[in-house]
Ligand binder design. Structure first.
Ligand code: PGA
Length: 250
């Protein structure tokens, strides 16, 4: 059976002391966690090492929010997959719409980042999702299909099955506008069917596909109860320990 996962994407929020405080609160709140969901947090790069020390022997796992598209060398300001792996992180968020949009990340770049992540024994949390205009013009399925085809569908099955996918409609990210459970289910089922066609039934059945976009304590239960929604990628609500716990317990 595929795993239910709740991952928190902190984005460019919290200083190191603030981040450490948030992690300590979370560790406290989740100290008696007996649920089956995998729990992941993705703080900024500068926090990874310290956060890793705080979550040792807890049920929380660590992710980075990005990695470089090159292995090493003269790329001022970049952080490589090997550097991330050495902090103790196990996951890397890739393909987030904010990075696609503000940092012009192309399919080619994202495929390269995915491959480097995998080569360093890190699991990508790979995001896909349409813009509002694409949904309004009924292009949402075609958009998501293209995003998969030009990136992770180029991977061999043995690599693809190490991924976690996140469907994040761009119009729902940070807007308070959430996809309806039906809209989420419809798209997740569509993505799973594409995986059946590209790889096989078993790969599709085992793939965790998270929903992201204004997922909060008051809508998580309904979203997560959809057959093909395997948890969430949480932005804003992951910055409040109580809210993040409530979503995990949804
Ligand atoms: P949000 O962000 O929950 O604040 O909408 C989700 C995301 O960008 O991963």
């Amino acid at each position: 059976m595929r795993k239910m996962i709740v991952a928190g994407n902190w984005k460019m929020n919290t200083t190191l002391p603030e981040g450490e405080k948030l992690v300590k609160e979370l560790v406290d709140l989740l100290s008696d966690y007996k649920g089956e969901k995998g729990i992941i947090i993705a703080p900024p790069f500068t926090h990874l090492n310290a956060v890793n020390n705080l979550i040792t022997n807890t049920s929380i796992h660590l992710a980075a929010q990005n990695c470089a598209s090159e292995e090493s060398g003269a790329y001022t300001g970049e952080v490589s997959a090997a550097m991330i792996a050495a902090t103790g992180a196990k996951y890397v968020i890739l393909g987030h719409s904010e990075r696609r949009e503000y940092f012009n990340e192309s399919g080619e770049t994202l495929l390269r980042k995915t491959q480097l992540t995998l080569q360093n024994q890190l699991n990508p949390i790979f995001c896909i999702g349409e813009q509002l205009t694409q949904r309004e013009s009924e292009q949402h399925e075609a958009t998501v299909k293209k995003q998969l085809e030009e990136t992770v569908f180029k991977l061999p099955k043995s690599d693809f099955e190490k991924l976690i996918l996140a469907y994040e409609p761009v119009w729902a990210i940070g807007t308070g506008k959430v996809a309806s459970p039906e809209q989420a289910q419809e798209m997740h089922a569509f993505i799973r069917q594409l995986i059946v066609e590209k790889y096989d039934e078993k790969t599709a059945e085992n793939m965790s596909i998270l929903y992201g976009g204004s997922c909060k304590p008051n809508n998580a239960t309904e979203l997560f109860s959809q057959q093909d929604v395997d948890g969430g990628l949480i932005g804003g609500a992951s910055l409040k320990a109580e809210d993040f716990r409530a979503i995990i317990n949804s």
